[in-house]
Write a protein that binds this ligand. Sequence first.
Ligand code: GRF
Length: 204
Amino acid sequence: MLAVAVLVSGSGSNLQALLDASAGDPGFGSRIVVVISDRPGVSALERATRAGVPAEVVRWVEFGDRESFSVAICDTAERYGAEALILAGFMRILSPTAIDRYPNRIINIHPALLPAFPGAHAVPAALAHGVKVSGATIHFVDEGVDTGPIVVQAAVPVLDDDTEATLAARILAEEHRLYPEAIRLYAEGRLEIEGRRVRMRRAT
Ligand code: GRF
């Protein structure tokens, strides 16, 4: 079983999808050993507690600089024996130190078809640009912002009458389907990174 820490900042619906997958499926291959939020009072923390998973807060405001915040995140994850960090709606950028401590072991989900619309405002940016298709991307985290090797993507249509809320909800539904599947593949050791490309080994 791969021990993972899930990093959150908000509602935690992706965390919930991962919790449900790990509770409902012995083949999931990962155990969520801790949920870490960068702020207190978010519903993701309640979801963790409800599922019986330890919930920790590493407050961004207490550190204020990316490096010491990232070190504190890694220290907390390691204290629980986490072998990988799963970012699920986590709105902070980790420092290169965190990438070194968890090399190719940090995974993020992003609500756009990367490399289009990286950053914190992907859904409004896609709408504003007028694209007809957007979606969700799961990728390994490197030192850039939403630039790491792509594991899997799912596309959704952008409809004429979409608002930010309706498009975000359509993308989120795909995220909830995609993330547990990607983490299962990762835990099975089936993701191979070759440069920018992530290949999926066949199940043996
Ligand atoms: C998701 O759309 C995720 O891709 C983005 O923030 C949203 C978080 O949703 N980074 P939740 O906290 O998992 O509900």
